[in-house]
Design a protein around this ligand. Sequence first.
Ligand SMILES: [Zn+2]
Length: 438
Amino acid sequence: MANLYWNKKIETATRDELNKQQLKLLKQQVKYCYENSLFYRNKFKAARVIPDDINTLEDANKIPFTSKMDLRDNYPFGMVSVPLDEIVEIHASSGTTGNPVVGAYTTNDMNIWAELMARSLYATGVRKQDVMHNAYGYGLFTGGLGFHYGAQKIGTKIIPISGGMTQRQIKLMKDLGSTILCCTPSYALYLAEAMTKEGIKPSLDLKLKKGLFGAEPWSERIRERIQTELEIEAYDIYGLTELCGPGVSVECSEHNGLHIWEDHFLIETIDPKTGDVLPAGEEGELVFTTLTKTGLPILRFRTRDISVIATEKCECGRSHSRMMRIRGRSDDMMIIRGVNVFPSQIEYAIMGLPELAAQYQIILERPDVLDVFTIKAELTEKTQNSTPEELRALKLKIKQKVNNITGLSPIIELAKPGELPRSEGKAKRVIDMRSGKI
Ligand SMILES: [Zn+2]
């Protein structure tokens, strides 16, 4: 097929070619960090490692990990590895507590980021003729501008609408003929709900074909709902401020995992408890090393994201490994009555029920010694007038679904349509009141 790839040579390179390229870049990046960053030099010294110890890709496991805490402790520029004059753009993650995580880019870093975003958008079918409605937040957050730079490189028309003002978003989507929607999955569902309220039928009133959703973990059930409610094809895209922003990996038309651009990132999976590297195909925490970044290079970054890596070549022809959908963040994992539970598991149970809206909340309390686990699910316009018997049966159904997945029996509360808080950015699904956090 013609024009399937943005960069055919590298996207379809053989495993051997990719590995060779990665090893060359890894050695360069390690040497670069050792020579240009006091932070990394100290880390290497403490671990008694020198750049010459890195001779194979497996040797990466000798390099100490980098954590979010390292970036916070070295705020703002302690880990920048070039003279500050060479930094041309700075982004930051929304830190709710303490220092934010800063991303600092050189001109070369910016070019690579734009290139990787163009490659990612192109892999999902975005072309010059498209109109891209970019509802990711513009500003310090990497989402808005990351998509912007990639689309600009392809030559796609961008509507830089950013977040908020949902009614205006829908009006402009309609009037400007948007074909691609970019936003968080929770905002996509919110948009769908708002469209229903306004009597808009996406396939009749809009030109939307596809959407790229990321910046928060989402489940297959959410995909199904977005695809049904917005009548589009939904793609998953992944990135982190620490690595560059969006554009680290993306789904292709196969929708079977996200291709990690391995000519710029080395991926490992580790056991989150021991830090040991796991063989490909085993579920664990993803660890990324930037191979080409110079402004703020990151070696072995612990993402806390739990996933599985598939190394076999994909049907789309791309050889770059795929990360399967993120199951959750090890940070987000809840321990309820001693059981490990990810919010994504609860989401999976709830989203499969057509009687419920796409909103839910998990509330954890500990009035004395035992955890009280409550799920608030929201009824739809159709089911809000159900009889008390029907509602009782629905509660039982939700309880059983959650019980099948987690082994726990939550209290189920049903909210009226529109009662649960909506989010125009990342959704807050878990309210944990057990340790006085809120
Ligand atoms: Zn593929």
